[in-house]
Ligand binder design. Structure first.
Ligand code: SF4
Ligand code: F3S
Ligand code: ZN
Length: 103
């Protein structure tokens, strides 16, 4: 599961589409955590898609992750600023790849 303390345990190493990427990043096998308010651990995501289907405000968009060992696409929190803290994505992700910090 994603580390709920990732902000203490990791550093921002790059930006992607307006949000932070928390390392380590070593492409293509290691992609880090995308987003901060809505954080998705790309190294855990298996592209289940429940988060994209269920998010009422369409926070997530697919991005390609060729040659990643878990999946070749990832749910990117492209619109994390629109999150309404319903926590549905956290509840439905089968591998607990998502962390949302309400407030
Ligand atoms: Fe979307 Fe709700 Fe997850 Fe926020 S907590 S990203 S609104 S499903
Ligand atoms: Fe990935 Fe979990 Fe969404 S596996 S696609 S973050 S439901
Ligand atoms: Zn991203």
């Amino acid at each position: 599961a994603i580390d709920p303390e990732f902000e203490e345990n990791r550093d921002v190493v790059e930006q992607h589409d307006g949000h932070d990427v928390w390392g380590p990043v070593d492409e293509p096998e290691e992609l880090g955590i995308h987003g901060t308010h809505v954080a998705v651990d790309f190294d855990i995501c298996i592209a289940d898609g429940a988060c994209l289907e269920d998010c009422p405000v369409d926070v997530f968009e697919w991005v390609d992750s060729p040659d990643h060992p878990e999946s070749e696409i990832k749910a990117d929190p492209a619109h994390e600023d629109q999150c309404i803290d319903c926590m549905l994505c956290v509840d439905v992700c089968p591998v607990d790849a998502i962390d949302v910090d309400p407030g």
